[in-house]
Design a protein around this ligand. Structure first.
Ligand SMILES: Cc1cc2nc3c(=O)[nH]c(=O)nc-3n(C[C@H](O)[C@H](O)[C@H](O)COP(=O)(O)O)c2cc1C
Length: 348
């Protein structure tokens, strides 16, 4: 598959997700077979103001390529200016325009999915960014603002292609749906039939088979996975396996999941201090330990840990226990007690 002149090896992409898709997580997903990754969205105003926090979101390493930096905003000139700065400083493979975010703080500024209510302005934003940069510009949309205008995506998709956008991702829920109801995959098929640029389908891929079903039923050029990849980067290799025509795929065993969780912590530590990494990782634990016999007990201990070193020790202990005594029950309390007394720290 190609977006403009960029060759993409795998047609399963990692979705942009604020609070999750930072460089360490993207690196892991890439290594597990994601064909394309995106930063979380950054605001045009933050870029222009040279906000250091905003710039931190944009750091990536070469092995993450191809990568898209996602931009949101509502002012055509500011969006163009921010895109120029991004191109100049970061040289991403694509600049992706966010016309899908339904979070209040974004839509109240008339950005993200709010632009689906003002198609004229949306068109100006897209035209202005496309004109400002040499980097291919892509876009991500929802199906509309609410159910009264849920087919606005059909009109918007054509407008974006005409504006020079090189690929379009569609998450076929309205902004007012949030994450309620199911994504309307028929809309992905309809848009794919209409456009000549690549169309990326997104929404409700929960297991690898869903990705295959989406691709086959809609004809989309690639699928994009968000929530199902959190703490589960294996989904990319599993989907690739199905896309290659295999009927089965490998499920990681519990010790492999713990190894990955430890690896994730180690990578995060290269970018942030322990307190920050502790906060980031608390969102991932329940996903990494999904399927464990006493998952909720383990998770409770992990999220209450005040020390990242203790957390890593506990994960290592549990992993060793699983490898050495695969059929024995895990006495979670004993494992954690051992570590806390060893470290002289307390878990609440
Ligand atoms: C925590 C979270 C943060 C998100 N942040 C972004 C974002 O920054 N930009 C964006 O376009 N979509 C964002 N999304 C939407 C996802 O990219 C995706 O469209 C949505 O989750 C549906 O796909 P899924 O069913 O595979 O999760 C976010 C979703 C979640 C759950």
């Amino acid at each position: 598959m190609k977006i403009d002149s960029i060759s993409i090896k795998s047609t399963v992409f990692l979705a942009p997700m604020a609070g999750y898709t930072n460089s360490p997580f993207r690196q892991i997903c890439k290594e597990k077979g994601a064909g394309f990754v995106f930063t979380e969205f950054v605001s045009s105003e933050g870029i222009i103001r040279e906000s250091q926090k905003t710039f931190e979101y944009l750091q990536f390493i070469e092995s993450e390529r191809p990568i898209g930096i996602q931009l949101f905003g509502h002012n055509p000139e500011s969006m163009a200016e921010a895109a120029r700065i991004i191109e100049d400083r970061y040289k991403p493979d694509v600049i992706d325009l966010n016309f899908g975010c339904s979070v209040r703080k974004v839509v109240k500024k008339n950005a993200g999915a709010a632009l689906l209510k003002d198609i004229g302005l949306l068109e100006s934003v897209a035209q202005s960014v496309v004109k400002a940069v040499k980097t291919p510009v892509t876009a991500k949309i929802r199906s509309g603002w609410n159910h009264h205008q849920s087919i606005v995506a059909i009109e918007v998709a054509q407008i974006l292609e005409n504006a020079g956008v090189k690929a379009l991702t569609i998450h076929p829920r309205t902004a007012s749906d949030g994450y309620r109801n199911t994504a309307d995959w028929n809309m992905i098929a309809e848009i794919k039939n209409m456009l000549s640029i690549p169309v990326i389908g997104n929404g409700d891929i929960k297991v690898p088979e869903d990705a295959l079903r989406m691709k086959e039923s809609t004809g989309c050029d690639a699928v994009m996975i968000g929530r199902a990849a959190i703490g589960n980067p294996w989904i990319f290799e599993q989907v690739n396996h199905l896309f290659e025509g295999n009927t089965n795929y490998h499920e990681p065993d519990l010790s492999v999941k713990l190894d990955m969780c430890i690896q994730h912590i180690t990578r995060e530590k290269q970018y942030a201090d322990d307190d920050h990494v502790n906060r980031i990782m608390k969102k991932y634990y329940r996903h990494y330990i999904h399927g464990f016999p006493n998952a909720s007990e383990i998770r409770n201990h992990l999220v209450n840990s005040k020390s990242l070193d203790d957390t890593v020790s506990a994960l290592q202990e549990i992993r060793n226990h699983i490898l050495n005594y695969p059929t024995q029950i895990i006495h979670v309390k004993d494992i954690f007690k051992k570590i806390t007394s060893f470290r002289g720290k307390s878990f609440s």
